[in-house]
Design a protein around this ligand. Structure first.
Ligand code: DX5
Ligand code: ZN
Length: 212
């Protein structure tokens, strides 16, 4: 199981947190970008991210919780080390247009779905994406409880991938700890995103190992 660490809910200062994640065995930094419109909170601008990740070599898994995601693609593509750029299905009228835009950059592309969005809505997009991010909380903030009733979506996505020979990874975001990560893994997830469970602890590595 791959692990991406979200640093929304900090215990230490930002610089220390970034350094500790960078030195951990986690595969990715999970970067939660919020615009105050798609979700009520705002987080980092691309300029902030440029500074935050100046001395970082770990890859970034960027999760864009913003309306008009197309407006961000060009700038995010200029950041170093972005492997995935994931947009929300609910954030654009024609998500395929934004997916195609991202495909013209060196970044891989992901599609995220809110807890109330059914997999059937994104079926036509699945052949074009490298990651499906299944939200297991309502997007907007860290520290919420994992919603078990999303687990069937992971199974459905795994079946669709197998039947069609698609290549996307299935990632799960929100409320991940040692127990919920096991549920996600058993359902077929390839990656989990964990925030508070990791960055609110002293020993990040111990937490990361427990969710793998
Ligand atoms: C929620 C974010 C998540 C969140 C995860 O909007 O997309 O990435 O920060 O944090 P925890 O693990 O605390 O739920
Ligand atoms: Zn996220």
């Amino acid at each position: 199981m791959k692990v991406a660490v979200s640093f929304l809910s900090l215990k230490d200062d930002l610089e220390t947190t970034i350094k500790k994640i960078n030195e951990s065995s986690a595969e990715y930094f999970h970067v939660d970008m919020m615009d105050g419109i798609f979700v009520p909170n705002t987080t980092y601008t691309v300029a902030d991210l440029k500074k935050i990740f100046k001395n970082v070599d770990k890859k970034l898994d960027v999760h864009l919780m913003c309306c008009s995601p197309n407006k961000y693609v060009r700038e995010i593509a200029k950041l170093p080390n972005v492997e995935y750029l994931t947009i929300h299905y609910e954030s654009h009228r024609r998500p395929i247009d934004v997916i195609n835009m991202i495909r013209h950059t060196p970044m891989k592309v992901g599609i995220a779905i809110n807890p109330e969005t059914k997999v059937s809505h994104i079926v036509p997009l699945l052949k074009s994406v490298d990651q499906v991010l299944v939200m297991s909380v309502h997007p907007g903030k860290g520290g919420q409880e994992f919603m078990e009733d999303i687990l069937y979506k992971i199974e459905t996505l795994r079946d669709i991938r197998e039947e069609n020979n698609y290549h996307y990874i299935i990632s799960v975001d929100g409320g991940i700890n040692d127990k919920t990560s096991k549920l996600a893994k058993d359902a077929g997830a390839d990656m989990v995103v964990s925030g508070s469970y990791v960055v609110k602890a002293d020993d990040y590595e111990k937490q990361i190992e427990s969710i793998r």
